[in-house]
Design a protein around this ligand. Structure first.
Ligand SMILES: Nc1ncnc2c1ncn2[C@@H]1O[C@H](COP(=O)(O)OP(=O)(O)OP(=O)(O)O)[C@@H](O)[C@H]1O
Ligand SMILES: O=C(O)[C@H](O)[C@@H](O)[C@H](O)[C@H](O)CO
Length: 185
């Protein structure tokens, strides 16, 4: 997603009874974080934050110019996402946010925002990612896919991720995530 408007991360809506988890939809570029995250938020009747809208402008410019972000580029952005999560949880409310969260240390940083932070990992085959990135018009060039995959440290079992694997359509992806969330969250 391209907008940097903070209104894409609404600060709050009335709490939904019993739902106090913030779900982070993670994965490499093109995995469907924005699309699936938005749909999942609607299904759970939770507010959605487009994580890309919190990137500093310099990060967007860097990616658009074909350069991968470094850890140093990502920390301030991750902390803004952490702030959004913290606000949601402090208000006793849940939410859904899209964030690549490629490395374990990034996820550990995001988990510092509160006990009820969980990840939904979209594990999509490389060939599908490539096709999706080439088909869309977006600041993130397909040429950065290799660096995204090299940086990726998939979540491990101890992180208790919800994992949706494979080339499923949007509806099937959301249904699979929802089933796992409702069975085990
Ligand atoms: N389950 C799906 N099936 C088919 N196409 C999908 C699916 N999910 C997303 N897409 C399409 O793939 C493209 C990438 O999706 P999206 O922008 O949601 O990914 P992303 O992970 O947020 O990417 P980025 O991090 O680069 O912004 C979009 O064109 C979207 O319409
Ligand atoms: O950690 C990263 O490298 C970035 O967050 C990327 O994942 C982009 O945000 C996204 O792919 C562009 O939409």
């Amino acid at each position: 997603m391209q907008s940097q408007s903070p209104t894409m991360c609404p600060p709050g809506v009335p709490p939904v009874a019993g739902e106090v988890t913030v779900w982070i939809v993670m994965g490499v570029s093109g995995s469907g974080k924005s699309t699936v995250g938005q749909a999942l938020a609607e299904a759970l009747t939770l507010p959605f934050c487009e994580g890309d809208s919190l990137h500093p402008a310099a990060n967007i410019a860097k990616m658009a110019a074909g350069h991968p972000l470094t850890d140093a580029d990502r920390w301030p952005w991750l902390d803004l996402i952490g702030d959004w999560i913290r606000t949601r949880l402090r208000q006793g409310e849940g939410g859904v946010v899209s964030c690549s969260a490629l490395r374990r240390v990034y996820r550990d940083r995001l988990r510092q925002a509160g006990a009820r932070v969980r990840f939904v990992y979209l594990d999509i085959p490389r060939q599908v990612l490539q096709q999706r990135l080439q088909a869309r018009h977006h600041f993130m060039p397909a040429s950065l896919l290799d660096s995204q995959l090299q940086t990726l440290e998939p979540p491990t079992a101890d992180e208790a991720p919800v994992v949706v694997r494979g080339d499923l359509d949007l509806l099937a992806t959301v249904e699979l995530a929802l089933r796992q969330i409702r069975d085990g969250a």
